[in-house]
Design a protein around this ligand. Sequence first.
Ligand code: AGP
Length: 612
Amino acid sequence: MCGIVGYIGSKKASPILINGLLKLEYRGYDSAGLSTIENNSICVKKNKGRVNNLYDLEGINDLCGTVGIAHTRWATHGKPSKQNSHPHLDNSKTFSVVHNGIIENYHELREFLTKKGYHFLSETDTEVIPNLIHYYFNKNINDSNNFLKAVSLACSDLKGSFAIEVISYLFPNNMIVAKKDSPLVIGVGNNENYIASDIPAILSYSKSFYLLEDGDIALLSKNDVKFYNCSLEELKKEIKNIDWNASSAEKNGYEDYMLKEIHEQPTAIRETIGACLKDNEKVCFDDFNISFKDLSKINKIYIVACGTAMHAGLACKSTFETLCKIDTTVDIASEFRYRNPIINNNTFCIFVSQSGETADTLAALKLAKQHGAKTLAITNVIGSSISREADYNLYTHAGPEIAVASTKAYTSQIVLLTLVAICFAEILNSCSEDILNDLKKELLLIPRKVSSILKNIEPIKDFADSVYKEHDMFFLGRGFDYNVAQEASLKLKEISYIHSDSYAAGELKHGPIALIEKGVTVIGIITDPSLMLKSISNLEEVITRGAKTFIVTNQDIDNSDFNMIYKIPKTNILLSSILSIVPLQLFAYFISKAKGLDVDKPRNLAKSVTVE
Ligand code: AGP
């Protein structure tokens, strides 16, 4: 779960590498480093901490090399330290490597190499890679292709996941990259090539990309890229043109990416609805066609994901059940993959992931395929690993999401899942036209309703400013509102470091109410008129015990016992989560700001979790 960047061309590599790393810091920021080829040797500059610290390193501005690799780290093996930072060199300082992923058999490999006389300077799993390359390089010293051969032999010894970049002063005009289960893209320029863990990192340099598949090895020079499989047979690959706007990956005047992304939700939702939904027409996806025959066999739907993406699934479970009349289970990917779920060819599995790279979600997808399920990926990143693995593929069009805390991806995922549920219901004829038409009409109004919430953020900031010093908060709701409570609680803890919990409001009296005492903040979400009175009485119970309350509702609640009532627009209950989460995303944001924290890069987290 690190970010890697590479450059090979005629320009000075180091500024390009640092610029790319800054865009990849969301993948980890425990340490950063780079190496370039300088006058027949490899120069390494690295240190603990943020990418910006690289600017302070002595000699960084003197680097002139036009070939280089770089890395921003989220520590897995070995503490964050200069020693454990990438790039790593082999003992002879011939090869330099950066690596994203985890080498599961590194103990074994370390032992093997130690017996061969190699020694290790870091605690990382990565350091075995340059030494293994050196070992195979020397073994095949008379082979004309020995650099490529050494990298491919080393890769075939590695168990686990990796995206690596390798340079050597012996081959100053080349770089080799390889990948398995960790993302890697190559951006093609004019007599230059850029490499990165994701497209936005190098979008300002290139719009034409090669997306590497697992097992691919690429040999790059400044004006050529050759692809090989692990047996070093040459492969053909097509270039993909990406029409994202580079400025959409920047902050555009907002103080933080998270705030910008919260405000981008009306556009993200509108773009996700795109052309799939037009007035009085059936939902229709360009690239996703499933027949009545195939769909009518389905007796079980799983929605599998992690974190916020899983919460988007929870928000849509009832939608699938209500509209399609198919039993739907939402599962955490890391649980699903190990609990032997009942899957067969009558099962339809939907995998939801913003990044499309989450290791547990990808593994769960592979498992579902092995057992004969039909699989659909819902991701936000074109060509991501999850989207390439699934039978069917749909994209949220939220644009690049940089802040670690997911916001616009969540609301776009709910929109797209809802569209899939409507589409299934229309194919299966499982729901009345009136219900579906009302839902579609409401969906088209959602972007405007989100915009109206975004015009009224002051009261949310005021309440956040009054409670940001608290240590515990609770989010309560029933039905759809409980799902939103779960997402709101996750948002708060990840960026404010305040302990928070979410409960189905009716569960409170079965235990958690013991935690309520004078001054504790309780946030209630009430959008379902049929459950309103029950939720209000649960909230009264916490008020009686001294809690401060903040209510997000679309109902006309006239109750002066609540400290603050924040009104949101009414909508179809199946869409209510999209509106009620917005003030709570802002609530978490303002608390984090009031505490002076780094909103976009919360401690211990990374945007893309490509390890188990
Ligand atoms: C969201 O705010 C989190 N940072 C995290 O829970 C995230 O949603 C999760 O890691 C899944 O990521 P994905 O959508 O890229 O698969």
